[in-house]
Design a protein around this ligand. Structure first.
Ligand SMILES: NC(=O)c1ccc[n+]([C@@H]2O[C@H](COP(=O)([O-])OP(=O)(O)OC[C@H]3O[C@@H](n4cnc5c(N)ncnc54)[C@H](OP(=O)(O)O)[C@@H]3O)[C@@H](O)[C@H]2O)c1
Length: 300
């Protein structure tokens, strides 16, 4: 973020960024680098200093920020913050497009779309699938949902930030997919931390050494996911690779080994209880469709 930008050549579409935390700053920085005229606003104004030094325009108020560009990207802590920031200046959104890159739930996305449309604004909801250092680099993508027109109109600008994946007109989809993807990451990291806690109870084992094995293992397991997904989608009988008895025995062993290693075993203790109940109810086989079905609470 240190190289000054020659703002006289920043002639691409004007964009406003609200929120200059770690992510908002990365977004604004990428837009500046790509030659956009970038107006920024942040509750703590000093966080804009580095961007202003590179050519961004510091707005004195949220209203001034919204009025500066046809497109505003909001990247704030959460939706309550976003609404509190936007409400006093909401009239300035009329005829403009708001893209929320603030993380929130599908219900919050739907509520915000209704609010924005009532103001005469276009609205897109976005889910950033990247950390700040990945913005404008390989591997980053952002999910969008909501009306197609604003996405098409601003696509070139949005592609500066990361690959833009449009999921359709149901505005809640980006938030749903975003949080589903985050849930998989969260549980993967929890599994990683648990495995490392177990393995490093062995004298001489380092996290780095063990993680080489772990990456090989998880990589091979990731390749089994598309077949499981096809099984989940299919109306045919599922393919079975394990009996429930075998899965129960493995869960007991993982719980026992955790305790022997001085590591919490509550995840496996709960799994053992659930598996015992399923076996007692007469179930015999483990399958991907059944695992997903059991996660869905009644009525959903
Ligand atoms: N960082 C990531 O890896 C990442 C990845 C994907 C998505 N995101 C999403 O991007 C959004 C921003 O994340 P971030 O990493 O930039 O967070 P952050 O560094 O914690 O920044 C939070 C931003 O929200 C503002 N804010 C907080 N409370 C406020 C209030 N009461 N009134 C006005 N402004 C307020 C902060 O302003 P001040 O500077 O004045 O405190 C700052 O601009 C979040 O929704 C996050 O989930 C982040």
């Amino acid at each position: 973020m240190n190289t000054p930008v020659n703002t006289s050549v920043n002639t691409k579409a004007p964009v406003t960024v609200l929120g200059l935390g770690l992510m908002g700053s990365a977004l604004a920085d990428a837009l500046l680098t790509a030659g956009h005229r970038v107006t920024v606003w942040n509750r703590t104004p000093t966080k804009a200093d580095a961007l202003v030094a590179r050519g961004a325009v510091r707005a004195g108020s949220v209203r001034e920020a919204l009025e500066a560009s046809p497109l505003t990207l909001s990247c704030l802590l959460d939706y309550d913050t976003q609404r509190a920031v936007l409400d006093p200046a909401a009239g300035a959104l009329h005829g403009r497009t708001l893209v929320s890159l603030t993380n929130g739930s599908p219900a919050q996305a739907r509520e915000t779309e209704t609010w924005a449309h009532a103001l005469g604004a276009s609205y897109l909801d976005g889910g950033i699938m990247a950390i700040p250092s990945m913005i404008a680099g390989p591997g980053a993508f952002i999910l969008y949902s909501g009306a197609r027109d604003p996405f098409d109109a601003h696509r070139a600008t949005l592609e500066v930030l990361a690959e833009a994946k449009y999921l359709g007109t149901d505005v809640g989809t980006a938030a749903l997919y975003d949080l589903a993807l985050l849930s998989s990451m969260d549980m993967m990291f929890a599994g990683f931390f648990h495995a490392v806690a177990m393995a490093t109870s062995h004298k001489g084992t380092t996290a780095s050494g063990f993680t080489e094995l772990l990456v090989d293992w998880l990589t091979s397991m990731v390749h089994s996911l598309p077949a499981m997904a096809a099984d989940i989608d299919s109306d045919d009988p599922p393919s079975y690779e394990q009996t429930l008895e075998l899965v129960l025995a493995a869960a007991r062993n993982m719980g026992d080994a955790s305790r022997e290693a001085g590591v919490r075993s509550d995840w496996f203790d709960r799994e053992v209880t659930e598996l015992e109940a399923r076996i007692a109810a007469g179930h015999t086989m483990h399958s991907a469709p059944e695992s997903v079905r059991l996660l869905k609470v009644a009525g959903s």
